[in-house]
Design a protein around this ligand. Structure first.
Ligand code: M6R
Length: 610
């Protein structure tokens, strides 16, 4: 969603800010803006639309200043337009702020400020905060204290960056519930909401904690709490390199990330899988190993694609570990008064580690006394820090808004967790070895599927103009059907629904005619014959069948219009393979429709509002 970048150092600032905004474009936004303090004047330029538009306007000015702030906005309060874009100024025009998050009590604050004679240009909650800070500054003439006092009155979330003409050569950042980090370079500092925006300049970062305020000047930085207490900041190193956030010869990040999966899956199990012992070692779970051994119930909570991987995990953990699992949308969990029993363990899954609904669910579960474990990609993210323990999936930065490699890495990690718990309970060493060995073969099996990209592209081109798709799967492949449908609708805007194949006859079958493509995952497992019958039901109604089947399955050609073959594997590992053609199918449909694949309309990479 929104992105923040700020710089203070020895280089001309405008280029660095625009660069930082471009690095965060993948997060999703609708407008962008910049404030630069130069010759005792704040220059604020902001524009609805792409960063490239803003860049053209910024390039018309001559900036020699070496500090400033910038923002990409994803509208929450007020339309996406030039006025509502950030930065926002206080009434004196001397204080400029950019803000991620939501000020929940903005309307109460606004009413009070209006009655005190202050005025507003935009519809945003952020301008209210700017004016509020300015109103306090008028009385106490100290910017840091004004921000601190204002933030104590604020309900909601913020990642905040402030520039003030009254106290130049200084930036002030603050965080509560919306990520912000300080990049510590050589004679320069960057503040950003996303590590991708600073990595070109430094890998040394300090992740701000909730309720911390950081004041940065050319000479250094200090971090205190909103209550003005000292803190002990820890400098950490960003784990990825610049090349990881560039396209590396692919047309889109999504395609690059699909093709990275043999490696990212390998990274997810490398050093963790003990093939000879048929077991797993997961350092991040050592602290809760006894609780995992003895748990009676696991609750998994997540959103979107991460929720789909939770559904696969339900099948995995119940079958390998014999523990009952419930999977719940994080947004529902929070507001449902969920029952948490003494030995329950909650897993929260999130690629970004910043999803507001998932964070809220974690807080709810913790409040009820549960142990909460995180399955997260982004190191140092809020969810990684809020959870009691957990496992990083190590997929590297995922830039495409449509999640692909994070999904398969999450599945890999959950397979390891299911094995770990299973081996502590009833799963035999022999069974463990068989699964562990098969996991090591998955990357090559994915390479085999990726080689069929041209064939999948041909199929995509045949169906790219239809308006509806149906995706069917059973067992482990039911969540994969949901994921395939989500991928297609996200990036191609074609309506798609995923269903358990057997549920089709209870409703969706009414939709089927010669115009309806039905993607069916029909891999060789114990329910293959049942799925085959579902295919025949579609065929009888003239639906077009795109089957995902195992290599060597000739019978399926008799009924399917198209077959994409994937190698055989153990049923528990099938989703790791069956999802790959669905990702490619969605990609090539969207490509044929000329859609903005990496930045689909209305979507944000990390959804930091509830
Ligand atoms: O970062 P998270 O995994 O918490 O994000 C959850 C969803 O917002 C995310 O999976 C979303 O559905 C993706 N755009 C799916 O491609």
């Amino acid at each position: 969603m929104c992105g923040i970048i700020g710089y203070i150092g020895d280089k001309p600032v405008s280029k660095i800010l625009i660069n930082g905004l471009k690095r965060m474009e993948y997060r999703g936004y609708d407008s962008a803006g910049i404030s630069i303090l130069q010759d005792n004047k704040i220059y604020t330029i902001k524009k609805k639309g792409k960063v490239a538009e803003l860049e053209k306007m910024v390039n018309h000015e001559v900036f020699h200043s070496n500090y400033g702030i910038a923002h990409t906005r994803w509208a929450t309060h007020g339309y996406p337009n030039d006025i509502n874009a950030h930065p926002h100024l206080d009434n004196s025009g001397d204080i400029s702020i950019v803000h991620n998050g939501i000020i929940e009590n903005y309307s109460v604050l606004k009413t009070k400020l209006l009655s005190d004679g202050y005025s507003f240009k935009s519809e945003t909650d952020t301008e209210v905060l700017a004016v509020f800070i300015g109103s306090i500054y008028e009385k106490i003439k100290d910017i840091e204290t004004s921000i601190r006092l204002a933030l104590r009155e604020v309900d909601g979330t913020f990642g905040l960056l402030v520039l003030s003409k009254r106290e130049p050569e200084k930036l002030i950042a603050a965080r509560r519930g919306s990520p912000l980090l300080l990049g510590v370079g050589n004679g320069e500092y960057l503040v950003a909401s996303d590590a991708s925006a600073v990595i070109q300049y430094t890998k040394q970062v300090i992740y701000l904690n909730d309720n911390e305020i950081c004041t940065i000047s050319h000479d250094g930085y200090s971090i205190k709490t909103i209550e003005n207490e000292d803190t002990e900041p820890i400098i950490e190193e960003i784990e990825f390199d610049l090349e990881h956030i560039e396209k590396g010869g692919f047309d889109h990040f999504m395609l690059k990330e699909i093709f990275e999966q043999p490696d990212t899956i390998h990274d997810a199990f490398r050093g963790r899988l003990l093939v000879d012992e048929g077991n797993v070692k997961l350092g991040g779970l050592n602290a809760v190993i006894e609780q995992l051994r003895n748990t009676d119930r696991i609750i998994i909570t997540a959103c979107g694609t991460s929720w789909h991987s939770g559904l696969v995990a339900e099948y995995l953990i119940e079958s390998l570990a014999g523990v009952s699992v419930e999977v719940e949308y994080a947004s529902e969990f929070r507001y449902r008064n969920p029952i948490i029993n003494k030995n329950d363990i909650v897993f929260a899954i999130s690629q970004s580690g910043e999803t507001a609904d998932t964070l809220a669910a974690i807080k709810e579960a913790k409040q009820k006394g549960a142990i909460v474990l995180g399955i997260v990609n982004v190191v140092g993210s809020s969810i990684a820090r809020e959870t009691d323990a957990g496992v990083y999936i190590h997929a590297g930065p995922e830039i495409g808004v449509a999640s692909t490699k994070a999904f398969t890495s999450q599945l890999t990690v959950f397979t390891l967790i299911a094995l770990l718990i299973g081996r502590m309970r009833n799963l035999s060493k022999w069974e463990g070895q068989k699964i562990a060995k098969e996991i090591t073969l998955i990357p090559d099996k994915i390479r085999y599927i990726l080689e069929q990209k041209d064939k999948i592209k041909e199929i995509a081109n045949i169906y790219s103009k239809v308006r509806n798709f149906l995706y069917l799967g059973r067992g482990y492949n039911f969540p994969v059907a949901l994921e395939g449908a989500l991928k297609l609708k996200e990036i191609s805007y074609i309506h798609a629904e995923g269903y358990p194949a057997a549920e089709m006859k209870h409703g969706p079958i009414a939709l089927i005619d010669e115009n309806m493509p039905v993607v069916i995952i029909a891999t060789k497992d114990e329910i293959y014959d049942k799925v085959f019958s579902n295919i025949e039901e579609v065929k009888a109604r003239k639906g077009k069948i795109i089957a995902i089947a195992n290599v060597g399955d000739e019978k399926i050609c008799e009924v399917a219009d198209h077959v994409i073959y994937i190698p055989e594997t153990l049923p528990v590992l099938t989703p790791l393979l069956s999802v790959i053609p669905l990702q490619l199918l969605a990609y090539y449909v969207a490509l044929d429709l000329n859609c903005d694949i990496d930045k689909p309309r209305n979507l944000a990479k990390s959804v930091t509002v509830e």
